[in-house]
Design a protein around this ligand. Structure first.
Ligand SMILES: C[S@@+](CC[C@H](N)C(=O)[O-])C[C@H]1O[C@@H](n2cnc3c(N)ncnc32)[C@H](O)[C@@H]1O
Length: 498
């Protein structure tokens, strides 16, 4: 059968690692919500609509004990993925140039994780059904599926902008490659014509129109101008999943809001929520526009409910990581003196033990520490600074860390990723960039860390990575430019250069 022309062949999507799709993160979310315990040491992953493979290749690079399959209907993107995987000599990943509608012929065995990021809303109805069917048939017993989609009602106004752009004659007649640029002009003109932004509609429309030129051309084409883009009400999505014997567990963003901030009071309500109706209500109040639902087999949800872990047990079994800065000078560690720390949001602290813990975590960033280790180090830190912790410091720290985790301010990790860091970071005298960092620095604006986060490349990083090829000493590299020494240290600290 002749393959359909795919718009992604003409303008490939600029992919990046999606932290919330990291299997360890999905397993943590499931554990938190009393869902099945999916494997975290060695597992099989499928990514449907994997684009150019950026997300999956980084996972395969850092997790050699696991295996990965990526499927995409764009031959050009699959070729990019295969070229990159071959350059990295990865033997634990393969890519199939295939339509999600035609996966039966591949006879895949079961997967512990099935990821579909940025696909479900952007495909026709029959492909959505095929995604659910694939999950129903191919999830392993305790497996987890991650499906993200545009969400109502937050996406409604974005939908108005999309429709307005799609209906515009200049956009309609433009070629696929020109469309994004023309759409930006149209969005600018619409903004200029907007009446005074004093009424609520104009203000909302203005904020959505303003967003268009801030996006990359590939994003504009595949978000605003894609032939299919259907937002879903949360409850409708869950019911559809249930009709395929899949159960909803939790949202992968519940403790890590990517691109969407949440008010503290709504986060609190969200934390206590356990009904689909209530969650949808919060979507309305919170103007939620995107969701990343984690699903499992219906029977796995039922059996997992019998042995839930409580949040404090989980806290004692994870590694914690956070990064905050403070302008306070001096920073007062004493109890009952408010101090403000800046991270994704501002945190006000008045407990000495928590202040010490966050300073320690920030110094250790991006690496993690177990709760026990953090507590002991925080006590030592207070002692060194002649500060007496309260008698119930342990309980205070547990409670405050859990609150910050739920508000997306502290990261919990089921794995320390120490083994990755060990293999990546030797005490090598001749710095050598990892093969993944070398390739990503040539083709992208970001590097993917062992923690599956994207780290923006800043000036000089690309040059330093190129120079760090194992033939020059640290001193030689640092002497080439005054900024190189510091960038080399940062890249080494992250594990991009060993
Ligand atoms: C918006 S992109 C998302 C890519 C990637 N998952 C990411 O988030 O970076 C959607 C991807 O789904 C693929 N796709 C759409 N319909 C498909 C189908 N029926 N079968 C296979 N792939 C499909 C497209 O080729 C494209 O690469």
């Amino acid at each position: 059968m002749k393959k359909k022309i795919n718009e992604y062949d003409e303008v490939p999507y600029v992919c990046q690692a999606i932290p919330n799709t990291n299997p360890c993160h999905l397993a943590l979310c499931s554990m938190w919500a009393g869902g099945p315990r999916a494997p975290i040491d060695s597992y099989r992953v499928m990514e449907l609509g994997c684009g150019d493979g950026t997300n999956l290749i980084a996972l395969a690079f850092y997790h050699p004990n696991s295996t990965f399959v990526g499927v995409d209907g764009s031959s050009v993107q699959i070729e990019m993925a295969r070229t990159c995987a071959a350059a990295l000599k990865l033997s634990n990943i393969r890519f199939e140039d295939a339509d999600i509608l035609e996966l039966e012929q591949y006879n895949f065995s079961h997967f512990d994780y099935i990821i579909a990021h940025g696909v479900f809303s952007w495909v026709p109805e029959n492909v959505r059904t095929a995604i659910f069917e694939f999950c129903q048939q191919k999830l392993s017993r305790n497996g987890l599926a991650y499906i993200s989609y545009n969400t109502m009602p937050g996406w409604a106004m974005r939908g108005v902008v999309r429709d307005a752009l799609l209906r515009n004659k200049m956009v309609r007649i433009a070629t696929v490659r020109q469309k994004a640029e023309v759409a930006i002009d149209v969005a600018h003109k619409l903004r200029e014509e907007l009446p005074d932004c004093e009424n609520a509609y104009s203000a909302l429309l203005d904020s959505e129109l303003k967003r268009v030129p801030e996006c990359t051309p590939s994003y504009i084409l595949h978000e605003y101008l894609e032939p299919y883009n259907t937002p879903f009400w949360f409850r409708d999505f869950v019911h559809r999943a249930q009709s395929h014997d899949l159960a909803y567990i939790i949202d992968a963003q519940f403790c890590r809001k990517e691109g969407q901030s949440n008010s503290a009071s709504l986060s609190e309500a969200y934390g206590k929520t356990n009904s689909i109706e209530q969650e949808e209500r919060i979507d309305v109040l919170h103007q939620r526009y995107f969701r990343a639902s984690i699903l499992c087999r219906k029977e796995a949800r039922q059996s997992a409910r019998q042995q839930p872990l409580d949040s404090t047990q989980i806290l004692h079994n994870v590694f914690l990581a956070a990064f905050f800065t403070t302008d306070s000078d001096p920073f007062i560690l004493r109890d009952d003196v408010p101090e403000y720390l800046e991270g994704e949001s501002t945190v006000m602290l008045d407990e000495s033990i928590t202040k010490a813990a966050l300073l320690i975590l920030s110094r250790n960033w991006p690496h993690g520490k177990s709760f026990g280790e953090l507590y002991e180090e925080s006590l030592d830190f207070l002692k060194q600074h002649d500060c007496q912790p309260k008698k119930d410091a342990l309980k205070i720290l547990e409670k405050e860390i859990l609150t910050m985790f739920k508000a997306g301010q502290i990261e919990f990790r089921l794995s320390s990723y120490q083994h990755h860091m060990d293999t990546i970071q030797g005490a090598d005298k001749m710095p050598k960039a990892t093969p993944l960092a070398q390739i990503e620095s040539e083709t992208k604006d970001m590097l993917t860390s062992a923690y599956h986060s994207s780290v923006l490349l800043v000036p000089h990083d690309k040059e330093v990575i190129q120079l760090a090829d194992g033939t020059r000493s640290e001193k030689e590299i640092s002497s080439i430019h005054p900024e190189f020494e510091q960038r080399l240290q940062v890249l080494r600290h992250w594990g991009f250069v060993k």
